[in-house]
Design a protein around this ligand. Sequence first.
Ligand SMILES: [Zn+2]
Length: 270
Amino acid sequence: MDYFDPHIHMVSRTTDDYATLARMGCVGMSEPAFWAGFDRGSAASFRDYFRQLTEFERSRAASYGIAHYTWLCINAKEAENVELSREVIAMIPEFLDRPNVLGIGEIGLNKNTKNESIVFLEHLDLAAKYNELILIHTPHLHDKYLGTRMILDMLVSDARLERHRVLVDHVEEHTIGEVLDRGFWAGMTLYPVSKCTPARAADMVEQFGTERLCVNSAGDWGPSQPTAVPNFIFEMRRRGHSEATIRKVVYENPLAFFRQCHRFQFSPRQ
Ligand SMILES: [Zn+2]
């Protein structure tokens, strides 16, 4: 089955991963800007990273027949440095006309600190000014519930932002309901050690339906599985769900969300 992985960090992955994903049906992916595993020292370092995301990674994916899209920001971990964050936010518009850029992301909170909130709000302002889609990172484990509530409250307090143009990622059983109820899109991240397994994601589809819901691998430089979306497809099939239901979650939904970006172009396989 053709599918999209709407959240995967391919700069951390190998050509073998691209080949495997292409064989398993991956036709498109989106790569949010994220933490490199160490704090970067300057805005110039982010400029190089944004070039990698908008130029090199896009062409690397294309050589495997995969359409590559990306999101730009300074991530919540590095947002503790407000001065650097402001330099990066000021530089992002240089890249907003690049054809594979979908919007601002993954922005959000990590430890739910004041500085993270300041930088999050400044990213929201940038997205509103440029009418960009938004991809949200919600915090890990015990910080998730409070952090998600804080993020949703900041999002709804900006009247310029349309909720159907925001995807809130890494939802789990205790956060998905509120995200969907308040009109946002939700992403379930399939991770081997934390976040959500394919079985738990299938449970949530059964409980909440398929509207405005996506799944992703969030494959990166840590323990993660780039083939997690196909694993979810197999789990859904094992439970007897129709191909149409599965396809809606792994293909039609991400496509419908991305299509809200005026730059987005994608040619489905004939
Ligand atoms: Zn990520």
